[in-house]
Design a protein around this ligand. Structure first.
Ligand code: NI
Ligand code: MN
Length: 260
């Protein structure tokens, strides 16, 4: 076994493969230190820009707090966590206008395809991924429900987004659940976008405990104060997280862009 191993290394050097591999590693390391731009459009909608631009849960039109216009969005990939209108939002419009694929959960993918058969829609399910160019999107569980246009839309998801060597977790709408710990151990997201609005999802207290399980370097609260039932003070979330873990919280304002 040992001899075979050395032979293949020798082979690799002789064939120049070793060099290629070493170069690739350097290249990947460079990518890892690259910053991504993260823009919050309010509610659960983020635009994540690196080598590509991804928009998640583009609820713009009809969101009383959003100022971002769907016409102004430039995106390469549209990600939708589940079928509720405050998440699908303008996904069909943005996908069509930008000639961008949609990535979403299986049954919702079918329902969106019924609406517009011309779109490229990728249907994934828990632990499943799709790679589009250098972007990899993996669906993870969310404890919630999902329907679209009055029809059952399968299971809701959270999404792990990997781009340029970075890993982000958009939790979608969810209550707290123990398997968030597994999400942390499995994918090691550096940034976690978590709902804190209560009523339909976690409130600041549950979301702070979720941070303890996921262990991201940075947690960003979302899905709060868009409508009266989900009015919350994100400072409560920040205080609770920073008192109980090494994780940091960034409370974004709507339309703010940060580097992560
Ligand atoms: Ni929902
Ligand atoms: Mn929602």
């Amino acid at each position: 076994m040992h001899g075979r191993c050395s032979n293949s290394v020798t082979d690799a050097i002789l064939n120049g493969r070793f060099k290629v591999k070493a170069f690739k590693k350097t290249f990947d390391l460079q990518n890892m230190s690259e910053k991504l731009k993260l823009r919050w459009n309010g509610h659960a909608c983020f635009e994540i820009s690196g080598s590509r631009t991804i928009i998640v849960d583009p609820f713009l039109e009809g969101n009383p707090k959003a100022t971002r216009k769907k016409e102004d969005v430039r995106a390469d990939i549209v990600v939708v966590t589940h079928g509720h209108e405050d998440h699908v939002g303008d996904a069909l419009y943005i996908a069509k206008k930008n000639n961008a694929p949609i990535v979403t959960m299986v049954e919702l993918a079918w329902l969106l395809k019924e609406k517009d058969n011309s779109l490229e829609i990728h249907d994934i399910n828990y632990s499943g991924s799709v790679s589009i160019g250098k972007v990899k999107i993996t669906a993870v569980p969310a404890y919630h429900s999902s329907s679209y246009g009055g029809k059952y839309a399968g299971n809701p998801g959270g999404m792990i987004i990997e781009m340029d060597g970075r890993v982000l977790y958009h939790a979608g709408d969810t209550g707290i659940f123990m398997d968030m710990e597994l999400i942390g151990r499995m994918y090691h997201p550096e940034v976690a976008m978590l709902p804190i609005g209560g009523h339909y999802t976690m409130s600041p207290k549950e979301a702070a405990m979720a941070v303890g399980m996921i262990k991201p370097q940075l947690a960003i609260p979302m899905h709060f104060s868009t409508f009266p039932p989900i009015e919350q003070n994100p400072e409560e979330f920040k205080k609770e997280v920073e008192a109980n873990s090494a994780g940091k919280v960034k409370i974004m304002s709507i339309d703010q862009t940060i580097e992560v």
